[in-house]
Design a protein around this ligand. Structure first.
Ligand SMILES: [Zn+2]
Ligand SMILES: [Zn+2]
Length: 212
C-alpha cells in the first residue's frame, strides 16, 4: 500500500554576505531577490520513520533586482508592479495558486525589514513529494461510536490526565476495550487516524487489513 503526499515549502531569508557580483548596470539602491526552485522526492517507509530522500534536484532560479526604497513605499505603483512580477513568476512554478498571495506577503515582509541593499534575499521553493510505504489505518466509525462512556469516579484505576492531550478529565471519560480511557474527543480524533490504543496498541476494528 502506498500513498503520495505533495507539499510546497517556501523559505525566504536575507543573506548576511553581500552578493559577489552586482553586475555593471545595477544601481546601488537595488536589492537582489533570488528565487531558487528545488524538487525533492523521498519515501517514508513507516509512520515513524524519517524520510529518505531519493532525489534532490535544483530546478532553476530567477533573479529580480528591485529598487529597495521604491518597493518599500506603500501604496505605490512600483510595489504593485513588483508584486505582479513575483506572481507571474510563481505561476510558472509548482507553487499552488492559492499560496501565491501568502508567499509574496512573506517576501514583502522581509523586503520591508531589509536595510542594506547589498545583502540579497534568497527565496527557496521546495516542491516536495513523499511516497509513503505504510500509513496508519483508522478504526471503523461504528467501533468509535460504540465506545463506552464511563464516569470517572466509578473507575477503579486512578488517572487524572488524558495521555493524548495531558489535560485533566471532566466527569465522563471514554474507555477502549483494553480498559484504557481518554477524553472522548481526544480518543475519537486519534482513532479516526490510527486504530490502535495509544497506550498499549490494542487494535480496534478496521475496514481493511493492516499491511505489513
Ligand atoms: Zn485528552
Ligand atoms: Zn490500551
Amino acid at each position: 500500500m502506498e500513498f503520495t503526499e505533495k507539499e510546497t515549502v517556501m523559505n525566504a531569508v536575507q543573506e548576511s554576505v553581500p552578493c559577489a557580483d552586482r553586475g555593471g548596470e545595477v544601481a546601488d539602491n537595488y536589492i537582489l531577490l533570488k528565487f531558487s526552485l528545488y524538487k525533492y522526492i523521498g519515501c517514508c517507509p513507516g509512520p515513524e520513520s524519517p524520510i529518505r530522500w531519493d532525489s534532490q534536484t535544483h530546478q532553476g532560479e530567477k533573479d529580480f533586482w528591485v529598487d529597495l526604497a521604491g518597493i518599500k513605499q506603500m501604496p505605490s505603483a512600483y510595489r504593485s508592479r513588483c508584486r505582479r512580477s513575483f506572481s507571474d513568476y510563481l505561476s510558472t512554478t509548482n507553487v499552488p495558486e492559492d499560496q501565491h498571495a501568502l508567499a509574496i506577503q512573506m517576501l514583502l515582509e522581509l523586503v520591508d525589514e531589509a536595510v542594506n541593499p547589498d545583502l540579497p534575499i534568497n527565496v527557496e521553493i521546495f516542491d516536495v513529494t513523499v511516497h509513503n510505504r505504510r500509513r496508519t489505518i483508522p478504526a471503523t466509525r461504528e467501533s468509535i461510536e460504540g465506545l463506552e462512556r464511563v464516569r470517572l469516579d466509578l473507575l477503579e484505576e486512578d488517572g487524572e490526565t488524558c495521555a493524548i492531550c495531558w489535560g485533566v478529565y471532566d466527569q465522563l471519560v471514554t474507555r477502549l476495550p483494553c480498559s484504557h480511557y481518554f477524553h472522548g474527543e481526544c480518543i475519537c480524533g486519534w482513532l479516526q487516524i490510527n486504530h490502535v490504543c495509544p497506550m498499549c496498541r490494542f487494535a480496534m476494528p478496521t475496514e481493511e487489513l493492516p499491511s505489513t
